[in-house]
Design a protein around this ligand. Structure first.
Ligand code: GLA
Length: 578
């Protein structure tokens, strides 16, 4: 028993523990959320990610779908010029996003990522300035792993440095992939005792396993191989915690030594929370040692008097690991842009943060706490079955989207591969109905004629600049459509819009055209729709720009793999807006 053990029962120690609990007082309004979290996702109670950007789904272009690893600074600048000169910028597209392969395989002398030394010889900061001068924003890419998907250097373990680098270049969009990811270990170390050494005075005290307050599956294990004869086990996978209440004479910096019972060939992880405020994160290597015990040190700060030091490993699953890693990068981006702006006395350039872990770890459940958008599916391909498959999955996730936080069914393939014009229109419409980011993936240089003017006859151009469709995607309510009916072949989607209007899309997945008749009043019956019940509706078909006035009935003929999409407004009897 350590000499401070008696203090655990003292009034001051109890008060210190109570103060920590008080800070975490549970708000009854969060009970539902907590219940879900306790069962499947015991995530920390994070705040929503709020950097003020992407209040409507982001719009831009990415290099990946069409150029893959064949990118260079001249090409990217030409694409930027095309975005401006074609009128895409005016239509709302603003990001020029470098995807994978912009990097050199070698970090610079300071360990910073740098552009490919032959393909981007002027550097990314210079390219960013040129793109900004066009009135556009530059985006960049890395992976939440040791390498990117094209095996270039990536950001796991370098989050702060890479976020600082991107902020200093003026980057405003960041896509964070998932290749070469290494999850945070779920295992926690076994703890025999802790030591606290005051940096200033050199005074050191110790607290043994038996002194700790254990909860959950944390337990004391007897072991003759260690001096004190007991260690704490059961701290893995968010299942248990150990709290030490430690009295120190003076406030300041301390070396915390965790004395370990060395066990297992797995990596381990622990979080050390001090007084419910500061959290120190630390990783432990697998054990190959001959000794049964070992030491692991961190520098922490303590206050004078009683301090509660809580040791746990909150990583209950792969999903939690992924959420924590993505959230961590998001926090670094926010810190980096703020600090860079403060240091240089310039306005902050917030970075739109795009999480790309392909839906593997249910990012729709935690994405809004971690970033601005999250990929929900594997990579899109430029053929119909791929577009359809992604739609089928993403359409179910409506409830997770809101301004600043979007489901991302991947970049557009409109104009690429084997997609027909009808399929391109459907692809674009479905993405707009699903309030998806509109990131073009085709070679938009073809949108500008040799004389420098927009090629308004280009069928792909006509699709992606359809203002009425873009307005559905960009509607300020930021609500993703819901599928209110499906026959398996024909889906009916509704998306509430501002001013009590409603977007209605009839989507025909079959290879034959179909005819359907609807009663618009039925849509008004869904509380979700927000459309008033009325005797008269104005329905504008957004591809043909044809306007129908109806008391409710609406008949449509929808081509194979095609859509009919309407903007619906309730009118009064005189045919005026309600
Ligand atoms: C992954 C992503 C793609 C693209 C490539 C680049 O596959 O999902 O969108 O970024 O990596 O290597």
């Amino acid at each position: 028993m350590g000499k401070k053990a008696a203090a655990i029962g003292s009034a001051a120690a109890v008060a210190a523990l109570a103060a920590v609990q008080q800070k975490k007082k549970i708000d009854v309004r969060n009970l539902g959320k907590l219940a879900v979290q306790t069962v499947k996702f015991p995530l920390p109670d994070w705040d929503a990610y709020d950097n003020g950007v992407a209040r409507t789904p982001p719009m831009g272009w990415s290099s990946w779908n069409v150029f893959r690893n064949k990118i260079n600074e001249d090409l990217i600048y030409e694409v930027g010029c095309a975005m401006k000169n074609s009128g895409l910028l005016e239509a709302g597209y603003q990001y020029i996003n470098l995807d994978d392969c912009w990097q050199s395989s070698e970090r610079d002398a300071e360990g910073r990522l740098q552009g490919d030394l032959s393909a981007f010889p002027s550097g990314i900061a210079a390219l960013c300035k040129k793109i900004n001068a066009l009135g556009l924003k530059l985006g960049i890419y890395s992976s939440n792993g040791t390498y990117t998907c094209e095996d270039m250097p990536a950001s796991l373990g370098n989050e702060a440095l890479d976020a600082d680098t991107f902020a200093s270049w003026g980057i405003e969009y960041f896509k964070y992939d998932f290749c070469h990811n290494k999850p945070i270990p779920q295992r926690a170390p076994c703890i025999e005792k802790i030591l606290l050494r005051c940096t200033e005075t050199g005074k050191e005290d110790e607290w043994f396993a038996a002194d700790a307050v254990l909860s959950g599956s944390a337990r004391l294990v007897s072991d003759g191989r260690i001096e004190s004869g007991k260690y704490i086990d059961g701290l893995s996978s968010a299942l248990g915690t150990a709290e030490f209440c430690c009295e120190v004479e003076q406030a300041g910096e301390y070396t915390l030594t965790l004395c370990l019972r060395k066990k297992s060939y797995a990596y381990k992880y622990a979080e050390i929370e001090v007084n419910g405020e500061d959290v120190y994160k630390t990783k432990f290597p697998p054990t190959f040692a001959l000794s049964g015990d070992g030491r692991h040190q961190l520098t922490i700060r303590l206050k004078a008097g009683f301090n509660v030091i809580k040791i746990s490993n909150p990583v209950a699953s792969r999903q939690v690991s992924s959420a924590m890693q993505y959230r961590n990068m998001g926090q670094e981006l926010r810190r980096a842009t703020r600090e860079y702006a403060e240091k240089n006395g310039i306005p902050e350039k917030e970075i739109c943060y795009s999480i790309c872990e392909w839906g593997l770890n249910f990012p729709w459940k935690w994405g809004s706490d971690a970033g601005n958008l999250w990929r929900t599916t594997p990579d899109i391909k430029a053929f119909w079955a791929s577009v359809l498959g992604i739609y089928e999955f993403n359409v179910r996730l409506a409830k997770y989207a809101s301004p600043g936080h979007w489901n991302d069914p991947d970049m557009l393939e409109v104009g690429n591969g084997s997609l027909t014009e009808e399929e391109n229109k459907s692809h674009f419409t479905l993405w707009c109905m699903m309030a998806a980011p509109l990131i073009l993936g085709n070679d938009i240089r073809s949108f500008v004629k040799p004389d420098g003017t927009p090629d308004t006859d280009n069928p792909t151009y006509r699709i992606v600049t359809n203002k009425a469709l873009i307005a559905i995607d960009q509607d300020p309510l930021g609500i993703q459509c819901r599928r209110i009916k499906t026959s398996g072949i024909v889906d009916t989607l509704i998306k509430p819009l501002e001013n009590d209007e409603l977007a209605v899309c009839v989507f025909n997945k079959s290879s034959d055209s179909v005819c359907r008749t609807f009663d618009v009043r039925e849509f008004a019956c869904y509380a979700y729709s927000g459309l008033p019940v009325s005797e008269l509706y104005r329905c504008t078909e957004l591809w043909e720009n044809s306007v129908y006035e109806t008391d409710g009935n609406l008949s449509v003929k929808v081509p194979a793999h095609g859509v009919k999409v309407f903007r619906v407004k309730a009118l009064n009897k005189e045919g005026e807006n309600t």
